[in-house]
Structure formats: structure tokens, C-alpha cells
Design a protein around this ligand. Structure first.
Ligand SMILES: [Fe+2]
Ligand SMILES: [Fe+2]
Length: 275
């Protein structure tokens, strides 16, 4: 599928082309299914195809994270799935997802485009935004999870597993961030500054370990979502209950962005430096 759209030219898009693609700017025909492209000043900017991976689509345009979040598509650990496979896994029709990805492009993306940052700036950005926020948020959520499970555990036994899952997740994440801040990111900065030789495979093991830990964090978040039925408070749930589930949903959203920046932007660029 992907190869079929390689080398698309502006005239193809405007006319609909042999592949049935339409130009989303001019609104031309798109008879060939859920494929969209962007044009600006007659130049193709991005093309959305079902064969592109979720991570690749997000690297091209970070604002697409909103669509993935809206449809519950995991774009961090699931970033290597094609859009078609990700939709299939979630039981989603492809066409509305592609249309939403198409429409979201006009909205401003909050925060810097990670693909436009230097490696050093990207490490700094991850530390000063995502890591700093997590260090404040994890203890707050942990206290609320324990309180909710203590008060509501009899009526809602799942809150006990939720609190235990959260605490294990938070402990693992603290250790994970420490490894990134004390080991991985300093090496990345030195490699980029040229003060460390880019020895082949120098970071392949630490990166693989970080990716594995991201997958474990993703599983814990998915379990918390499942236990709480999509972070939905029960009828009559107290404010702490509601605040906890709201906070967990925000945590999931931030973690998806955070891990996307590492898995899909930082790590591939670092690996390319040391190949
Ligand atoms: Fe991180
Ligand atoms: Fe990480």
C-alpha cells in the first residue's frame, strides 16, 4: 500500500490521480479509499496512508496525537503498527480516523515539534517538561489512589488493584527516569557535542532496555484504563475519586506523548548517529 503512493506529485493530488487520491486543500476527488494528502503552495506536505506507522504519522505532524488519543490508539508502544493495523486492533473503521487526521492539521500543536529539536534540546525538553511533571504528579496520584482504595475498596474492589498497579508503575517509572537522566541522556548530549566517539552499538542495549520499560509502563496504563472502565467514575463517586481518574487520564495522555518523543524521535536519531 505504502509503495503505491511513493512519488506522488502535486498534479496527481489535484486531479485525484490514478490512485484515486484527492487533494484535501482543493477538495478534489478521492475515490480510492482513505488516503489523504496536504498541499501548500503546490508542494505535497504530508500524505496519510494506511500503510504508514502510527509513529511515522506522528513524527510528520505531532498534532495528530489528539486524534490518536481521541480514538484510543496507542502511539507510543503501539507506534510501530501501521495505521490500518492500529485501527483493526481497536475495531475502528479506517476512513473516519484518516479524515480526523486530515482535519487536525490546521490546529496548532502545543509545545515544540520534537523532530525539529537538536538531540540535546530534545533531552532537555523531555527532562524539564515530562519528567518534571511526573515527579510532581506521581506522589499526588499515589496518595489519592491509596485514599480511594481505602475508602471505596469494599464497594469497588477494583480500586485496590488500581492502587497497587499505580504504585508499581510509579516506582518503575522513577527508576526509569533516573536511568535516562543519569546515563542515557548525558551520553546522547556528549555524542552530539562530539566529546564522545560514536562507537557502533554504544547505546543499542540501553535503548532496548528503555523501550522494554516503556512497554511495561504502557501495559500498566492500559490495565488502569481497563479497571476504571476508561477512567469513568462510578455513580456517586466522591471528588477524590473523580480527581484521581481525571489525573490518571491526564497521566496516560502525557505518557503517550513522552514515550512517543523517546521511542519514535529520540531513539531512532541516536541510533542513526551510532550505526
Ligand atoms: Fe523519559
Ligand atoms: Fe523513557
Amino acid at each position: 500500500m505504502e509503495e503505491a503512493y511513493a512519488g506522488i506529485t502535486a498534479p496527481d493530488l489535484v486531479s485525484g490521480g490514478a490512485q484515486g487520491i484527492r487533494c484535501v486543500t482543493c477538495g478534489g476527488p478521492r475515490a480510492g479509499g482513505p488516503v489523504a494528502a496536504h498541499m501548500q503552495d503546490g508542494v505535497t506536505m504530508t500524505v496519510i496512508t494506511p500503510g504508514k506507522t502510527v509513529g511515522q504519522l506522528l513524527v510528520e505532524d505531532p498534532s495528530r496525537s489528539r486524534v490518536f488519543q481521541k480514538y484510543g490508539i496507542d502511539f507510543c508502544c503501539g507506534g510501530n503498527l501501521t495505521l490500518a493495523d492500529a485501527c483493526r486492533r481497536r475495531g475502528l473503521d479506517l476512513a473516519p480516523v484518516v479524515d480526523a487526521l486530515d482535519r487536525v492539521r490546521a490546529e496548532p500543536f502545543e509545545g515544540p515539534d520534537p523532530a525539529a529539536l537538536s538531540l540535546t534540546d530534545l533531552c532537555d525538553h523531555i527532562e524539564t517538561t515530562h519528567h518534571a511533571w511526573l515527579k510532581q504528579e506521581l506522589p499526588r496520584l499515589s496518595a489519592m489512589a491509596r485514599k480511594v482504595s481505602g475508602v471505596h475498596g469494599d464497594a469497588h474492589p477494583w480500586t485496590r488493584e488500581l492502587a497497587a498497579t499505580f504504585d508499581a508503575f510509579a516506582d518503575d517509572l522513577d527508576a526509569h527516569m533516573e536511568k535516562e537522566e543519569l546515563v542515557l541522556f548525558p551520553v546522547v548530549r556528549r555524542l552530539e557535542a562530539g566529546t564522545m566517539a560514536p562507537l557502533p552499538m554504544i547505546l543499542s542495549s540501553p535503548i532496548a532496555a528503555m523501550e522494554h520499560e516503556h512497554e511495561e509502563a504502557g501495559r500498566a496504563l492500559a490495565r488502569m484504563r481497563e479497571l476504571s472502565r476508561g477512567f469513568t467514575p462510578p455513580d456517586g463517586g466522591c471528588q477524590t475519586f473523580r480527581a484521581l481518574l481525571h489525573g490518571l487520564e491526564q497521566l496516560e495522555r502525557d505518557m503517550h506523548l513522552h514515550v512517543h518523543k523517546e521511542n519514535n524521535v529520540l531513539f531512532p536519531r541516536v541510533s542513526a548517529l551510532t550505526l
